[in-house]
Design a protein around this ligand. Structure first.
Ligand SMILES: [Ca+2]
Length: 507
């Protein structure tokens, strides 16, 4: 028992015996916080959420021993934190996952029922809705969105980039935004800072050569805009943001949502990563993602704020694997012997796990034990409820409808039952699946996405959908739908209930 705490107790006793004035109360509360909490450990963390675009479960060395891509920075992050093996994006494509990450709500509840937005689409998120950024801002955080937005800007049917882009990230809780409108293969090709275009896209660029790595759509481009420069430019902005906010973050922490445009096409690796992987331009672009993660880690260390910063790294959907789909002329697997989906079935856009099971690494040295793994079933929609738990608040009833607090899993605390009751998966064409424990039920036949065929019409007497036991059959190769009618019924009912009641979280 320290002398200091003895003195404090004496002080508490003494103020209890006198009519406490407002001044005495404020003095008292000051003493309690100085004494009872360890200011270094209990300070709210900075939160950095780095989300790659189309990076696969099998691209990272720490997830796939056979990966042909060196990812030393992400591997180190996993060594210093926790690596999840059963994390899922809420959708197998870009826009709906981003909607889910920021709002904690499945995107199929919004007006977007399948597919993604374009570069000129209006804003998808209702500005009255709570986002991770608006929640943290309410709790004193500085908030930034850096990178690929892809959630629409403005209210017009076709966005006019010569006008203020309202509503956009700033209307949804972000103090600061720097980035691009949508995917890097979608015009307009220009940078946006807060609600304005930095340099107007006054020129036109032809589409990239069909079937080549560097393919992009024809469209408007700002003078001097170079696709290959976007990753380095965004990384510089993210590092500058950390440098700027490091000092003040001791009192007012920051949240940075850092959405990378890589390794989505155009495959545009910077010259300094060329040839660093054994998986072609795609592999080199993943190396660049890893470099960016390393630059963020370095900035945190240089500013001595790594200890109390929660860094999460994940991807918005699976990798397309350049598997002879659309504009990809070759398969990464065939040419380089590298499978971006690892041992999972399927690719980006598919309802199979290759479409939406994601690498998910979290490091927070002050709280998370180094070198741990978690097989907890989680979803990227869980960010909102988890951030609410970190700042010590509860979500209101009209927010985060599909968000669960995964803080216990991050901190390695065992819970009696799984944190989530189930996770709903959604493919690019709008095919549903639901996962509970070892069972995965898919409401349809086929991939639901890029792998052909995406829909299979069942013949008379054939199963209408797919049921997999992921414990026995992680590669989803043996459809046991016909053998377990009771499980099919139970999971179908649960999915229907989630759809009808408008939420899936426990209330
Ligand atoms: Ca994506």
């Amino acid at each position: 028992m320290s002398t200091f705490s003895y003195t404090r107790r004496d002080f508490l006793k003494s103020v209890g015996t006198v009519a406490a004035s407002a001044g005495a109360f404020s003095l008292l509360s000051g003493l309690i916080s100085a004494d009872e909490t360890n200011p270094e450990k209990e300070r709210r963390p900075n939160i950095i959420f780095i989300m790659a675009d189309d990076m696969g479960y099998g691209d990272l060395g720490c997830y796939n021993k056979k990966s042909k891509i060196p990812t030393p920075n992400m591997d180190r992050l996993a060594k210093e934190g926790v690596r999840f093996t059963d994390a899922h994006s809420p959708s197998a494509v870009c826009t709906p996952t981003r909607y889910g990450v920021l709002t904690g709500r499945y995107c199929w509840r919004s007006r977007l029922k399948r597919g993604v937005l374009g570069g000129y689409s209006p804003c998808l998120i209702d500005t009255r809705r709570m986002t991770v950024a608006s929640l943290l801002k309410q709790h004193g955080y500085a908030t930034a969105c850096i990178g690929k937005w892809h959630l629409g800007l403005g209210t017009a049917k076709r966005t006019d980039f010569s006008k203020p882009l309202v509503p956009g990230p700033n209307a949804l809780g972000f103090d600061y935004f720097f980035g691009i409108s949508a995917s890097l293969d979608m015009p307009p090709y220009c940078y946006i800072e807060n609600d304005r275009v930095v340099k107007q896209p006054t020129e036109m660029v032809e589409a990239g050569e069909a079937g080549k790595d560097g393919w992009w759509r024809k469209g408007a481009i700002a003078p001097g805009f170079k696709h290959v420069q976007v990753m380095p430019d965004l990384t510089k902005k993210a590092v500058a943001y950390i440098d700027k906010h490091a000092k003040s973050s001791r009192n007012s922490p920051f949240f940075m949502y850092f959405a990378l445009p890589a390794p989505h096409c155009p495959i545009a690796p910077a010259p300094f990563v060329k040839g660093r992987s054994q998986a072609g331009g795609y592999g080199d672009y993943v190396v660049e993602v890893d470099w960016t993660v390393g630059e963020v880690m370095k900035a945190l260390e240089r500013n001595r704020i790594a200890e109390n910063t929660l860094v999460m790294v994940t991807s918005d959907n699976g990798s397309p694997g350049r598997t002879k789909i659309k504009r990809a002329p070759y398969s990464i697997i065939e040419v380089y012997g590298h499978n971006p989906s690892g041992d999972l079935r399927g690719i980006k856009a598919d309802i199979w796990d290759g479409g939406h099971r994601e690498p998910f690494i979290a490091r927070w040295p002050a709280k998370i034990s180094a070198g741990t793994t978690s097989d907890e079933l989680i979803c990227l929609t869980d960010l909102l409820a988890t951030c609410a738990a970190i700042v010590g608040t509860k979500l209101p009833g009209n927010a985060g409808e599909d968000s669960y607090n995964i803080l216990p899993a991050l901190l390695g605390r065992k819970t009696d039952i799984p944190i989530r009751q189930a996770v709903v998966h959604h493919s690019s064409i709008g095919m549903f699946a639901i996962r509970q424990g070892k069972w995965k039920l898919i409401l349809g036949r086929g991939s639901g996405g890029f792998t052909k065929p995406n829909r299979v019409k069942p013949k008379p007497g054939e199963p209408k959908g797919q049921l997999y036991d992921l414990d026995k059959d992680p590669a989803e190769s043996n459809n046991v739908w016909a053998e377990h009618p009771a499980i099919v019924q139970r999971l179908t009912n649960l999915l229907e209930k989630y759809k009808k009641q408008g939420h899936s979280r426990r209330t």
